[in-house]
Design a protein around this ligand. Sequence first.
Ligand SMILES: C[S@@+](CC[C@H](N)C(=O)[O-])C[C@H]1O[C@@H](n2cnc3c(N)ncnc32)[C@H](O)[C@@H]1O
Length: 209
Amino acid sequence: MELILKYFPNLTEDQISKFTQLETLYQDWNLKINVVSRKDIDELYLRHVLHSLAIAKVIDFKPGTKLLDVGTGGGFPGIPLAILFPECSFHLVDSIAKKLKVVDEVVAGLELTNVKTTHARVEETKGNYDFIISRAVAAMPTFVHWVKGKITKKQNHELKNGILYLKGGDLTEELQDYKTAAIYNITEFYSEEFFETKKVVHLPIKYKG
Ligand SMILES: C[S@@+](CC[C@H](N)C(=O)[O-])C[C@H]1O[C@@H](n2cnc3c(N)ncnc32)[C@H](O)[C@@H]1O
């Protein structure tokens, strides 16, 4: 929890309580349904919570913002961001039911009223969102194909609605068709070695490609 407060020092008591409870909830559920690897559960705050929250260092979502987390798995990046932005709404989608079972239990345990989940392939869902968030689901061209019809055309002020994707490694080739993509090294925000190769890609809706 200290790790989260190091980078997000202005959390409310309620947010601190939810981030604290998160660890116990995941540890308990992970014993029953393995959604997070053993190593990752031991470093939940670093590898999952803080990593997910890097998106918040790129965009400070305004109240009322609608977000879709594609391929949320055990709830990342959606759950940590839903705690940080209680006035935004989050739709978490995954094609594997047992992972969403854990997410549903965590959402209920934390009383996160701003989160809903759907068990489906994202291509089969309908809806419009200001931002699509994701980590480790598909290469960018496939991902864009899946979600571009779901991003609301109305620009959210200066925030540049679009995709916010947590990615690692060299993205030059993968992003060559997306000239408007902004790539942020997470080491700009956090000093932990774990983030050395990790990035947030912001692809606004008005991209070419
Ligand atoms: C490597 S896991 C990442 C999970 C989570 N985002 C994280 O970073 O911890 C990829 C997830 O994407 C889901 N997924 C892959 N393709 C999908 C699709 N077309 N629609 C919905 N979920 C999908 C898988 O079921 C899996 O849970």
